[in-house]
Design a protein around this ligand. Sequence first.
Ligand code: ADP
Ligand code: ZN
Length: 726
Amino acid sequence: MTQDSAENRTVAVLVPMPSETPYTYALPEGMDAAPGAIVAVPLGPREVIGVVWDQGGGSVDPRKLRAVSRVFDCPPLSADMRRFIDWVAAWTLSPPGLVARMALRAPAALDPEPPVEGLRLTERRPDRMTAARERVLEMAGDGMAWTRSGLAHAAGVSLGVVDGLRSQEVFETVYLPAPPVVPVPDSRFGRQDLTAEQSAAADNLFGAVTTGGYSVTLLDGVTGSGKTEVYFEAVAAALEAGRQVLILLPEIALTQAFLERFHDRFGARPAEWHSDMAPRAREKVWRQVAEGRVRVVAGARSALFLPFRELGLIIVDEEHDPAYKQEDRVFYNARDMAVVRGHIGGFPVVLASATPSVESRVNADQGRYRHVTLPVRFADAALPDLKAVDMRRHPPARGGFLSPVLLTAMERTLEAGEQSLLFLNRRGYAPLTLCRVCGHRFQCPDCSSWLVEHRFRGQIMCHHCGYHEPKPEACPECGTLDHLVACGPGIERIAEEAASHFPDARIIVLSSDLMGGVKRLRLELEAIAEGEADIVVGTQLVAKGHNFPGMTLVGVVDADIGLTNGDPRAAERTFQLLSQVTGRAGRTGKKSLGLIQTYQPDHPVMRAIVSGDREAFYAREIAEREKAGLPPFGRLAGIIVSAPTAGEAMGHARGLRSAAPPAPGILLLGPAEAPLALIRGRHRVRLLVHGDRRADLQGFIRALLKAGPKERGQIRVQVDIDPQSF
Ligand code: ADP
Ligand code: ZN
């Protein structure tokens, strides 16, 4: 070997750790690892998995380096995927290693799945023919490989007959790839006849897919207009073009009905991807996506980091949903990163919603996104008749939360044998427990939040960290017995109130803390869809994407909840949530009603919902954002400092602030308490960075973090680009 080639045998490997740059390793003789290859490398006392990011130059002496220990027999991460990882890291100001880790979430999938033994006919004939043997030969005569039991079963003979033929070498053993996790979808399987509007929308999406190249389309249509049906046509086009497809859904674990619908259209389910899957199932999906054997994935936001080979379309359903934002380690919005992935891969992205985010609406209005609208519900299924119930004029009975207007409507619905939904975005029995004698309030010892009474469990608990204790009988402050009162409603309390009015009604309470987890939730959702409940009381979990054919009344118990927290996004969120939850009613054409209990019936959000005038809402909201220079007309980022004490966090944040380089067009606000000031025993303060649309916030923050005090001891600094609340 020449000196030159010896020096070139190094690789830069990105390891899934909070490392800023790849590490250099030597490649042992005879080992090859091109960029993207997945390898095992020694790191300190351990061996870790990493991705070859670059082939090394000649600047380091390979004899001084540790060597790559193994190259996995696994398809490499594509160049696009590696660019995507680098891009996400730079945008979110996260170490590339941590972003790469999201793409390597299935370590056991790195080795190929063991092949399955199969049998194939040879030229030999059996010594003696029997009727059973004849049937086997006839079955296997197609020249295909069969599994032993599959062949016996198909020919209707015992395994012994097959084994007998095998021992005479009538069959040879071949190795078949492990079975696919899902069959290949058929783009023509259950094609629907579309309405004229749907066809026009579908043609538009179809055009985007078949002309190829990057584009973003906002598919904007009221609930029930057939957005899913329409984007399925784009999926079909991408499949016909030989590309893989990713469909992102905010709550895939709970929208199993979606998989059925996909099956009806394509004759096979998509592969699922979310955190509630068993590790083994995840590994299979990861591997087969990398091999290109899985053609369509329906997944939660983390599916964006699957190692697709030939991704050609991403659909982001319910694109406005806050569940797309991850606020843990790498803070990212999967909707926005999906657009980036489309840009890097040069393929179309479709954002679907009945209530698009203000950001996407502005992008569509300004021509950066294509805008495809579906203004009417399918088959004239009417949107529910929506009314605001002015709670000042129709107060509930003492100690209750349901107005007489809503109760009367529930009674009529029950009599008609139809379903009602009572929506309240508050889990538990009561959001606050206090002592009637001394006024003591129960607060979480680790968070800045009140403990919520859960009567079914007999506990008071914290909704941020899960801290809980049995519901006390005496006040810890003044010692008085039996004087604790529940303040305000949670869904358990609403269910209790409904039961007191309608003792014979079948009531289901639905929220994410239901005992029994996702499995139980799925069963309950199915039961509701099958009409096994008269009254459903639920949190936002029931608002999302479900189809409840018997539901004709939706009562929003407290429409004002989300408007009072002072967040500039509050109006948008409330508008989206109320539209979505009232959209659960009347999906099958029955006359339906939505009653919205509010103390502010004149609030622009209530007016927009009741009048159905979405355009007025967007126009107003967009104008206000523009005036205040808020997203998407300006840019925001949070720098969150957390520490065991408020003093340490504040001190560090002030240090960062004073290190800020001068930057025209960028304003640094704070430090102030973060939206959640205390969580899991850590105090959090936030600096808010506000810039104009073209401001380089990332560059500014990078410079500030470099110049300011470093993380030390228990002090942590986390950057949140495009924060949810501002
Ligand atoms: P969206 O996604 O806009 O809420 P969906 O795609 O879920 O709307 O459609 C609402 C309902 O109407 C679904 O039950 C769907 O099966 C039905 N539907 C929509 N379009 C058609 C069509 N062209 N043919 C048959 N059924 C349709
Ligand atoms: Zn807590």
